[in-house]
Design a protein around this ligand. Structure first.
Ligand code: FES
Ligand code: FE2
Length: 350
């Protein structure tokens, strides 16, 4: 089967808080990876398969002792760099006894893992989401398992007109589907921008309850997608007629940064990391609880729809047709950049 997952890429593997000084497993881009936080506080990642008989090292009774992993099957022991330091019944450790070790970077409260040739990791920048780790913003977040290929979530997030139908009653109002978008692609930086500015729109409950705004609002959605993994939705909610000041400040508006990390788990499943950062009601636990619950419900609606769509896409005959219209320009641009990354990864040194 041909892959749809680009290699030679950084992917979000976990929230920083998920990884503590104990063994943690997650499959990323088809690779089964073992993580832990070392005594020094940095995250380390190695293959989750013992080199001896492939026992999964995340599986009890494997243990982590002083940053050494002791395989729970026959006791092969590994350091945090993946190198085997001891084997049972002999003093000589085979030279090739080494777990694959993965480059890791922790940034903006996220743990990023490099999938591909480690030599290329350092030169490949990781896109930023600074609101996630900034006291001027409050963040709620979650992680939903998605039984669909990650490309379906990319399609979904690049075309928010679906909010009106799939999320009617929460974030979807008629103006979303009714307002045309503008799409721009920065080919060099590899970023897709999709904007929809609704200057006189209904205020959905999601924002009415959290901001206190009532009646008609100005609602801007500016998407910035850096394939394959990071999706940002800069959302601006303000009274009708209000625009940012010439100096760049925007005191009358409420800003919400919706961040998704779209991480393929396998060819047909995805880790759907979602985060909602806001610059208002920072200490209001009720607003946090409401936004977390509402956003999770919205994500679940997408998950249910995409799980169904995956079974259709996976079983429909090869070459089954789609029909694209204006709302799909962002999604098509994203597919083009992903295809370019797939080509580059396949041609790269492995
Ligand atoms: S499978 Fe790990 S030591 Fe044998
Ligand atoms: Fe959605």
């Amino acid at each position: 089967m041909t892959t749809t997952i680009p290699r030679e890429q950084w992917y979000v593997a976990a929230y920083g808080v998920e990884i503590r000084d104990e063994l943690f497993h997650r499959t990323i881009a088809g690779e089964s990876i073992l993580f832990w936080r070392t005594a020094e506080g940095t995250v380390t990642a190695v293959s989750d398969r013992c080199v001896h008989r492939r026992f999964p090292l995340s599986q009890a009774p494997t243990r982590l002792v002083d940053d050494q992993v002791i395989c729970g099957y026959h006791g092969f022991t590994y350091g945090s760099d993946g190198r085997c330091t001891a084997v049972p019944g002999q003093t000589r450790v085979p030279r090739t006894a080494r777990l694959t070790s993965y480059p890791i970077r922790e940034q903006d409260s996220l743990v990023w893992v490099w999938i591909g040739d480690p030599a290329r990791a350092a030169d490949t920048p990781i896109p930023r989401a600074p609101w996630l780790d900034d006291p001027a913003w409050t963040v709620v977040r979650g992680l939903e398992p998605l039984a669909a290929r990650f490309g379906l979530l990319v399609d979904n997030l690049l075309d928010l007109s679906h909010e009106t139908y799939l999320h009617g009653g929460s974030i979807g109002t008629p103006e979303v589907a009714g307002t045309p978008i503008t799409t721009e692609v920065d080919d060099e930086a590899g970023v897709v921008h999709v904007s929809r500015h609704m200057d006189d729109a209904e205020c959905p409950p999601f924002y009415a309850r959290s901001t206190g705004l009532r009646g008609r609002i100005s609602r801007w959605q500016d998407i910035e997608y850096t394939p394959p993994c990071l999706y940002l939705l800069h959302s601006r909610i303000a009274p009708v007629g209000s625009v940012p000041r010439p100096d760049g400040t925007d005191p009358d508006a409420f800003h919400v940064e919706v961040v998704y990390a779209i991480t393929p788990e396998t060819e047909h499943s995805t880790h759907d990391f979602w985060m909602v950062a806001r610059d208002f009601a920072l200490d209001d636990a009720e607003v946090s609880a409401f936004l977390a619950e509402q956003n999770r419900a919205v994500v679940r609606q997408d998950v249910v729809a995409l799980d169904v769509l995956e079974t259709v896409v996976a079983t429909d005959p090869e070459g089954a047709q789609e029909l694209s219209i204006n709302i799909d320009t962002g999604g098509l641009a994203a597919r083009r950049l992903l295809a370019r990354q797939l080509g580059a990864g396949a041609g790269g040194v492995r």
